[in-house]
Design a protein around this ligand. Structure first.
Ligand code: FES
Length: 107
């Protein structure tokens, strides 16, 4: 069962068992993590599920689609390295140990 660690906007940390969560966003929502409104429920329509993936994980997380990249850029006006919409990151065993940071603001 993959474990995923969230670095929270207030400086705290939560490490969670992914269980049957289909995406990193679903895992965050199920545990009511702060700073993750995920308003569209994973439909790639809100860009309020942003996380930052640290450099050492970027090659191991599947790449963002052009639509995901566009959504982020439209929301914040830039595309920072490692910035992702975590509803688009499917939970797989390969992500065991993943760390993501929830930004202070979702846009
Ligand atoms: S939850 Fe809306 S784009 Fe991810």
């Amino acid at each position: 069962m993959p474990q995923i660690t969230f670095l929270l906007p207030d400086g705290g940390t939560q490490t969670l068992e992914a269980g049957d969560a289909p995406t990193v966003m679903h895992l965050a929502i199920r545990h009511d993590l702060p700073g993750m409104p995920a308003e569209c429920g994973g439909q790639l329509a809100c860009a309020t599920c942003m996380v930052d993936v640290p450099e050492d994980w970027r090659g191991r997380v599947p790449e963002a689609s052009p639509d995901e990249r566009d959504m982020i850029e439209d929301r914040i006006g830039s595309l920072p390295e490692g910035r992702r919409l975590c509803c688009q990151i499917a939970v797989t065993p390969a992500l065991d140990g993943l760390v993501v940071r929830i930004p202070e603001r979702q846009g």
